[in-house]
Design a protein around this ligand. Structure first.
Ligand code: AMP
Length: 179
């Protein structure tokens, strides 16, 4: 089995969740498989090992699980990007659109220093609304967003291209067609 097939088959698809027409790509089955979890983290880290990365920024909530492991491997810090109202200190915030809704995300104002090299990590990129919001927040604070890394890309939704158009390279381990 190829690497992509192996990881792909570890991801569970739930049709019509959270609403009709969405094929929810559930990574809990991948995370629960020790070999696949390790392999996904190793593959996310691989292009950046040996580079100086200061911080990993992870999006709530699945980006925390992957981002924490990536940060550990790269000896980098970790910055949580959270839904509105969850962070206790002074925050910066941005409104963003999801494949299935609208929301606001926040980051602590002192979470990153100007010029720091930051990798963005999340489980999946769909329309790119979440990642665009995160890049806006990080750039607002002067971060150098080196790349955005995902386990899954849904290329037909165009999010990865949107992020590349912002000047941020995108890495994804597997692709699924459709929504
Ligand atoms: P987007 O902002 O449209 O790129 O959506 C990405 C965010 O929404 C990620 O944090 C994903 O966890 C979640 N998401 C969007 N679409 C899906 C999907 N089909 N399956 C699982 N998660 C999704």
């Amino acid at each position: 089995m190829t690497f992509e097939m192996d990881l792909k088959s570890a991801i569970r698809t739930i049709p019509d969740y959270p609403k009709a027409g969405i094929q929810f790509r559930d990574i809990t089955t991948l995370l629960g498989n020790a070999r696949c979890f390790r392999r996904a983290v190793d593959e996310l880290v691989q292009p950046f090992s040996g580079q100086k990365i200061d911080q990993i920024a992870g999006m709530e909530a699945r980006g925390f699980i992957l981002g924490g492991a990536v940060a550990h491997q790269l000896s980098a810090g970790f910055i949580p990007i959270r839904k509105k109202g969850k962070l206790p200190h002074v925050t910066v915030s941005v409104a963003y659109s999801l494949e299935y809704g609208l929301d606001e995300m926040e980051m602590h104002q002192d979470a990153v220093k100007p010029g720091e090299k930051v990798l963005l990590v999340d489980d999946l990129i769909a329309t790119g609304g979440t990642a665009t919001g995160a890049i806006q927040l990080l750039r607002k604070l002067g971060a150098d967003v080196v790349a955005a890394c995902f386990v899954i890309d849904l290329p037909e939704l165009g999010g990865a291209q949107k992020i590349r158009d912002l000047g941020v390279p995108v890495r994804a381990l597997v692709e699924f067609g459709g929504h």
